[in-house]
Design a protein around this ligand. Structure first.
Ligand SMILES: [Fe+2]
Length: 226
């Protein structure tokens, strides 16, 4: 009763101790991963792919309309073209790495590229926020990524977390509303297909060229099953 100052000091010290130990007293659930891969010998791969993509664009100048805003979107069967065979192998390898990490049981289902398309974004082109329904994983590979050509951004997939946003002294993993990846030639990203994403406006005079793809899953019929 006679030592409030001392009591306060004890309380304050306990608070500091609690903050210090917070990382030991916390569990982080439901993480969302974006995997990134630097592709070996990507210069050669890109040299194979780029003329073919330009040729696709010349054959179909209008292209398709999906999330692209002012940009060109190819048809979505490029994974079936011979010139994409090396890229398909690389995608398969990286998808397998992700599947192993997630402990997916590939005795019970297979993972296959279902669609693959090129995006050519000239100056001021972008891609609006979207996700890729009916797929399990999606990805992108960068062939041309000049400075200021626009990053790919991913939005916080926890919409309820936006109900009340307190001011922060700095953003961190728990408070970023979105994260942006600067594209690098020869880099591949893989992410869950449900994760909302978009592409910032290309402010470069040069084109930004990428190949995107979706991975679907098909059940494997078990001989023992009825
Ligand atoms: Fe996308």
């Amino acid at each position: 009763m006679n030592f409030p100052a001392k009591d306060n000091l004890i309380r304050f010290t306990k608070t500091l101790d609690r903050l210090k130990n917070m990382s030991e007293n916390r569990n982080d659930w439901f993480p969302t991963s974006v995997w990134h891969f630097a592709i070996d010998n990507h210069q050669q791969l890109n040299a194979e792919l780029l003329p073919e993509i330009i040729a696709e664009q010349q054959r179909d100048l209008i292209g398709e309309k999906w999330s692209n805003v002012l940009g060109w979107h190819s048809r979505s069967d490029l994974h079936e073209k011979n010139y994409c065979s090396n890229l398909v192998q690389i995608i398969d390898r990286n998808v397998l790495e992700v599947a192993n990490f997630l402990r997916w049981d590939l005795q019970q289902f297979s993972l296959d590229i279902t669609t693959c398309w090129a995006i050519v974004n000239g100056k001021f082109a972008s891609n609006s926020v979207h996700n890729h329904p009916n797929s399990i994983l999606s990805g992108v590979y960068y062939l041309k990524a000049p400075e200021n050509c626009g990053g790919i951004y991913f939005s916080d997939p926890r919409p309820a977390s936006q109900m009340l946003i307190p001011p922060v002294t700095e953003f961190n993993l728990w408070t970023f509303p979105k994260v942006s990846y600067k594209p690098h030639e020869g880099t591949m990203l893989l992410f869950p297909s449900w994760l909302l994403h978009g592409v910032e406006m290309n402010m470069s005079e040069k084109v930004r060229i990428s190949l995107s793809f979706n991975i679907g899953m098909s059940p494997i019929k078990n001989k023992k099953s009825r």
